[in-house]
Design a binder for this molecule. Sequence first.
Ligand SMILES: NC(=O)c1ccc[n+]([C@@H]2O[C@H](COP(=O)([O-])OP(=O)(O)OC[C@H]3O[C@@H](n4cnc5c(N)ncnc54)[C@H](OP(=O)(O)O)[C@@H]3O)[C@@H](O)[C@H]2O)c1
Length: 350
Amino acid sequence: MEKIKVGILGATGMVGQRFIQLLENHPWFEISALAASERSAGKSYTEAIAGRWKLDTSIPARIEGLGVKKCIPDLDCRLVFSALDANIAGTVEEEFARAGYVVSSNSRNHRMDEDVPLLIPEINDDHLKIVDEQKKRRQYKGFIVTNPNCSTIGMVLALAPLHKEFIINKIMVTTLQALSGSGYPGVASMDIMDNVLPFIGSEEMKMETEPQKILGRFENNKIVMADITISASCNRVPVTDGHLESISIELEKKPSRQDVIDVLKEFNPLEEFDLPSSPSRPIVVREEDDRPQPRYDRNEGNGMACVVGRVRECPILDYKFSVLSHNTIRGAAGAAILNAEYMKVKGLLK
Ligand SMILES: NC(=O)c1ccc[n+]([C@@H]2O[C@H](COP(=O)([O-])OP(=O)(O)OC[C@H]3O[C@@H](n4cnc5c(N)ncnc54)[C@H](OP(=O)(O)O)[C@@H]3O)[C@@H](O)[C@H]2O)c1
């Protein structure tokens, strides 16, 4: 099979690097273009990255010498993955979609637009139908699809099967979020060593609004938000990768603890598609008292699974548990790649 040519916008950042790592040897996609800011454009990837490659595998040999371009829609590809800084992502993604590219984006700018899917293919693949409306309304030849914020995605992946089965009314969540979530160089070492930062700009707002869209119903050509009240408290902790979250939920139906665990374990809606980035199980339930932990569990399912542990009754709401997911894989690059794989099998990348 001839591979589909893909470009990466923001290829030099934390998430851009993950795209390069995850797409090396991808069976369907091949990187044909890299783009970043004016600072990087015109240089080879190795020159542009200038010591900022922060992953534990090397830069792939065929990427090292590839030239970095400006983020203008003249790249040799049909699909672009966007890992752009949010200050610039909004307009650049629009320009690419208008010019006919399919844009699979990580950035927050278009996530809540009513004609843009905020996609987790295990949960709301029917929201992709809104793309026709987007193209018509905006007169785009291509279109934009987004994936959720890195802290939202792990939580919603774990909550989706519970919402479907028992209906969630309320969510309380406290996060312990990794440093790679703030890009590179991110938080200054003097601010985070021996410390926890109890504030992450606009993160709580994203966690309190994105889930209602993802869990919303597609009705009469519109996404109708789910009626769930969410309270989020977000903290930055001195961990490199992997967001851990403590979650309590109130349910309309009252299942037993075992029912909750069974529903989480059985969830595997993409099984039939055999997508390259899809984990064998999107939710892994651990029974030990002290799991999940970022260092040991973030790479579960090649970083694409969310790990749930400590499922127990909550004296205030109904149940509480811990959820861990890898923020730059399932929470960013891996999510956008999975979205593109799903769009391919659904015939949206022609
Ligand atoms: N890190 C995570 O866990 C995570 C998770 C989910 C979503 N996201 C989102 O993904 C995006 C990238 O995050 P990141 O952590 O990878 O950030 P980052 O490390 O700061 O990288 C930002 C990228 O954007 C490029 N860029 C900056 N200004 C630009 C401009 N004016 N024109 C064109 N390109 C420009 C940079 O290129 P230069 O190197 O040339 O400056 C770099 O490639 C953000 O929108 C972020 O919110 C991040």
